[in-house]
Write a protein that binds this ligand. Structure first.
Ligand code: ZN
Length: 247
């Protein structure tokens, strides 16, 4: 445990909190700029088991911000490259790679086996599926995105009876998700968001309270953060009382 001495020295973590972290499993959806930052910190912090999911291969245009990969990784699966780097960082953890698109069943299984779900993927369809699986299994969901010089993140659950879910925030009609490919992104912005998502994940795992259901918006131009309360949508198809009753 000497590796984690600086965590153990923290009043809010201590030996008990670090043991919880070491005995935890985190599911990371998407190994782009956000996923690289989150998985690096969770591996270094000693999260015992990491499920890392991405079906994509490393592209040269990723290298500016996806810090787990290097030029020699171009064309290789992100999961394979990421797993080998993460194990170099901390050989005491276990990593399971999921290198294909998660269908509902595989996703539910992965969520069931995880203590925290971290979503840094690049499309609404997957985000909605990940949210539904997290609500259904009462798992905390940490969701984040970054584009241009902007980023956002929010922590949801694990009690969704009173608190909102990701689907309360975004409707199906918002399908026009912008991409970094089309809009550009400043290299460290996904790293900023991913790093804070790692902080939130470790707080969840160590048992440190966190604000839930708040959208945190980051403006890298003005270096300002804005907090917006997310209201629980009365008729949310995922987390409303009727929807949960049907599950
Ligand atoms: Zn909802």
């Amino acid at each position: 445990m000497n590796r984690y001495a600086r965590h153990i020295a923290l009043e809010q973590v201590g030996e008990k909190g670090q043991k919880r972290i070491v005995n935890s499993t985190a599911l990371i959806i998407g190994l782009g700029g956000i996923g690289c930052a989150v998985s690096s910190y969770l591996a270094c912090a000693g999260v015992g088991r990491l499920f890392i999911c991405d079906f994509d291969t490393v592209d040269e245009t990723n290298l500016g911000r996806q810090t787990l990969y290097s030029s020699s990784d171009i064309g290789q699966l992100k999961t394979i490259c990421a797993a080998s780097r993460l194990i170099e960082m901390n050989a005491d953890i276990k990593i399971r790679q999921i290198s294909e698109r998660l269908d509902n069943e595989a996703l539910y299984t992965a969520v069931t086996l995880s203590d925290v779900v971290i979503d840094g993927c690049d499309n609404f369809a997957t985000r909605f599926q990940v949210n539904a699986a997290s609500v259904r299994n009462n798992r905390p969901l940490i969701s984040g995105a970054a584009i241009r010089l902007e980023g956002q993140l929010a922590v949801f659950g694990p009690d969704y009876t009173e608190s909102p879910c990701y689907r309360c925030l975004y409707q199906e009609a918002d399908e026009s998700l912008e991409t970094c490919a089309g809009n550009g992104v400043l290299s460290p912005v996904p790293g900023v968001i991913g790093t804070i998502m790692a902080v939130e994940a470790l707080k969840c795992l160590a048992g440190i309270n966190s604000e839930r259901g708040i959208l945190n918006l980051y403006d890298a131009v003005s270096t300002e953060w804005q907090k917006i309360n997310i209201n629980k949508a009365k008729n949310c198809p995922v987390c409303s009382k009727t929807a949960i009753g049907f599950l």
